[in-house]
Ligand binder design. Structure first.
Ligand SMILES: Nc1ncnc2c1ncn2[C@@H]1O[C@H](COP(=O)(O)OP(=O)(O)OP(=O)(O)O)[C@@H](O)[C@H]1O
Length: 576
């Protein structure tokens, strides 16, 4: 910013035309060059309103906003000039006006200056698009290459000379040109996979039309390297495994229960944890096998290693095999480039928890036996063996002895797994733990749902004590969770009316009428076809599991559905 006195001095001394206004828009500074430039004498101009002399000049707005403006093209009649403008202050530092420095220019000079500033803009734009890591290619309205950036050259191997002015198909190794498609449809395309360049790089392409003032001016494409995406998804997978490791969050102190039965089981598991031995956890569904697996890992000397849980029933046989043992490149169609490390290798130095071990195929049983005997794994498609140092904790609710007899489970594997069996008692055999468990579960639901439930009423507790708990602690969790949802926000005691109706011990699962009757619950929101149908399905699953002693394979067979579908339904009803 300038001071007015300095400006007046400058105006008298300088060759450049200077014109200035005060707060009333009156011209207060004007040297002879400026007056001459405008076709007046200085006396004719001083004191005049700016609008009379230069009707379009932005001086007042420059003054009011207190910003400066450099080298803007302006026109006055047939005269062209460039002007720089700035506010000025009085001696006390208050803004009292604005000044413009005018420079007369010929058309030719203006054109040259415009070209120069366009060239600068182009340099700036090129620097911007070259600084992004995304490969960009632009095709003009005639369908010819117009511009690419450095990332594009790095990705495809093509230089600007090979692309600019050429049809947009020159860089494509496999797939159709999205530039041409978008030029035809004027609609953007997203996420198209194709191969580009001599190295046939796999890329994901997004292309959009360039519309300027409603007119089609070409298309712009952004290409992402898929190998980069593969790398990211591998990192994500690793992160997921680490999360599974972090999931080993329970210790023996988190296992609630004071009954003799559970105390004996905990003591047995603690002894097992102190040794490197393979542990076989046995118990009905929902008794806490996973909880025990966490606790064993956490109190073993491998607690700093990975804890990886694998649900053997949830994966198809070949998928489970490649997940557990990994594979080498080209092992099967769809195998990832570079192969994949298996969960056993991932768990090296830690613990692998094989849940639902009774569900694995005889082929996988043989491979697992090798790990337990030789401490070696062989990746799918490979013949080299790798040493692994992994502690195996297996769990099942199946009757393995019966499976042995019918030849569905290998005897040698059975003995290898059964080194330290830990048998977790079902809830119905330790009902004196129910009050403690209820107390513990209420506290965790309060935290989860932000509620303030204090306790359970005597009548409601009695119902829970009389129930036979086919779904064990998981079922108790579900029932309490539902009861709390049924409570009004100001109620603090779980009463009988909050509890969902519990299935009868000997309900005949095929007797639909009976299930319908026993499914009607207290909450009004539960009455309605969909809600009743959901409850009916849930009870059918529970009743079937109860009939098969928690054996899911048998339950699925009884209901004539695939084990996977059965699992899916259990999960939907939060029964696993
Ligand atoms: N003694 C216990 N104290 C506190 N919570 C428990 C206890 N036992 C089990 N639970 C809880 O009950 C639920 C079921 O436990 P878990 O998943 O360990 O059972 P599971 O036997 O592995 O079941 P499945 O055989 O169906 O996989 C979990 O939410 C767990 O936290």
């Amino acid at each position: 910013m300038f001071r007015r006195r300095e400006l007046e001095k400058m105006a008298a001394e300088m060759k450049q035309a200077i014109i200035g206004i005060n707060l009333l828009n009156e011209i207060v500074i004007c040297n002879s060059q400026a007056a001459n430039f405008l076709g007046f004498t200085p006396e004719e101009i001083i004191g005049k309103d700016l609008w009379q002399i230069l009707p379009d000049d932005p001086l007042p707005s420059i003054r009011d906003s207190q910003r400066m403006e450099f080298n803007r093209f302006s026109r006055m009649g047939s005269k062209m000039f460039i002007a720089s403008r700035a506010p000025f202050k009085d001696e006390q530092g208050r803004v009292t006006g604005a000044v413009a420095f005018l420079q007369d220019m010929t058309e030719h000079e203006i054109l040259k200056a415009k070209v120069h500033s366009l060239q600068e803009l182009k340099i700036l734009l090129t620097a911007i698009i070259d600084s992004t890591q995304d490969a960009i290619s632009v095709v003009d309205e005639n369908g010819l290459g117009f511009l690419i950036n450095q990332a594009y050259t790095r990705l495809t191997g093509f230089t600007a000379e090979e692309i600019v002015g050429k049809p947009p198909t020159v860089d494509i190794a496999e797939g159709e040109s999205m530039h041409l498609k978008v030029a035809k449809t004027r609609q953007p395309v997203k996420g198209v996979i194709m191969k580009v360049g001599p190295k046939r790089k796999e890329v994901i392409v997004n292309v959009a039309p360039i519309m300027i003032s409603g007119q089609f001016r070409g298309t712009v494409g952004v290409l992402h390297d898929i190998s980069e995406i593969h790398k990211l998804s591998e990192e994500l997978e690793r992160a997921k495994r680490i999360i599974r490791h972090l999931e080993a969050k329970y210790t023996f102190t988190d296992i609630v229960g004071d009954s003799e039965a559970i105390r004996a089981t905990i003591a047995q598991a603690e002894r097992a944890a102190a040794t490197p031995a393979t542990v076989l956890l046995r118990g009905e569904s929902g008794t806490g096998k996973e909880l025990f697996a966490h606790a064993i890992h956490r109190s073993s000397d491998r607690q700093k290693g990975q804890f990886i849980r694998v649900n053997c029933a949830a994966l198809a046989d070949n998928l489970l095999e490649s997940e557990l043992f990994g594979y080498v490149e080209g092992a099967f169609t769809g195998a990832k480039r570079g192969g994949k490390i298996g969960l056993f290798e991932e768990a090296n130095g830690g613990t692998i928890f094989l849940d639902e071990i009774g569900e694995i195929s005889l082929n996988l049983q043989a491979k697992l036996l090798r790990v337990l005997q030789e401490r070696e794994i062989v990746r799918v498609g490979d013949n080299r063996a790798f040493h692994v140092d992994v502690r195996v904790i297996a769990a099942t609710n199946a009757n393995l002895e019966a499976e042995l007899r019918i030849g569905r489970f290998r005897e040698d594997l059975y003995y290898r797994l059964n080194v330290v069996p830990v048998i977790i008692p079902p809830l119905r055999q330790r009902k004196d733990d129910i009050p403690l468990l209820v107390h513990h579960l209420i506290a965790s639901f309060n935290q989860e749902y932000g509620r303030c439930v204090e306790r359970i009423g005597d009548d409601a507790l009695q119902i829970l004590l009389n129930y036979h708990w086919p779904g064990n602690i998981r079922e108790l969790e579900n029932i309490l969770g539902r009861a709390i949802i049924n409570m009004r926000i100001n109620e603090t005691v779980i009463e009988l009316l909050h509890l969902p109706v519990l299935p009868l011990p000997n309900s005949n699962i095929m007797d639909l009428k009976m299930l319908e009757v026993q499914d009607i619950t207290v909450g009004e929101e539960d009455i309605g076809f969909e809600a009743l149908q959901r409850q009916w399905e849930r009870n059918l699953l529970l009743a079937t599991l109860q009939r098969t002693g928690g054996n899911k394979t048998k339950a699925a067979k009884l209901l004539q559905m695939s084990i996977r579908n059965f699992y899916y339904k259990l999960e939907r009803h939060a029964l696993i």
